[in-house]
Design a protein around this ligand. Structure first.
Ligand SMILES: [Zn+2]
Length: 113
């Protein structure tokens, strides 16, 4: 409830960026505040899944603090493999430990295997 809400003295809130009334504002939502990569440690593992399928798994990077979708796309392109995101884990099909390590290190993540 705003001060004076519903009275003739009411001042409807305005957007700080475009100055329009919030009800009319069309500004895009603010970008997410991602965590600094150099302050995070990614843990890499190569694991066997059902039917002998081998995957490279990246753990330790939270979905809230990292653009995991963008990371997945990058890893898939660089590894030439498929992959998925499961919660806070990024999974790339196949054995790509060294390449994933290089890519993450290039993004300034600390990497542990
Ligand atoms: Zn606005």
């Amino acid at each position: 409830m705003r001060l004076f809400e519903g009275t003739q003295f009411d001042i409807p809130p305005k957007c700080e960026r475009c100055g329009k009334l919030l009800a009319e504002c069309q500004c895009p939502p603010p970008p997410k505040a991602w965590l600094a990569p150099e302050k995070q440690t990614a843990r890499l593992a190569v694991e066997k899944r059902k039917k002998g399928k081998v995957v490279t798994v990246v753990r330790g990077l939270s979905a809230e603090g990292n653009d995991l979708a963008a990371l997945l796309t990058l890893l898939k392109n660089k590894c030439g493999a498929g992959g998925t995101i499961e919660g806070d884990e990024v999974e790339i099909q196949g054995e790509h430990l060294e390449r994933v390590r290089e890519i993450l290190a290039g993004l300034k993540y600390k990497v542990r295997t």
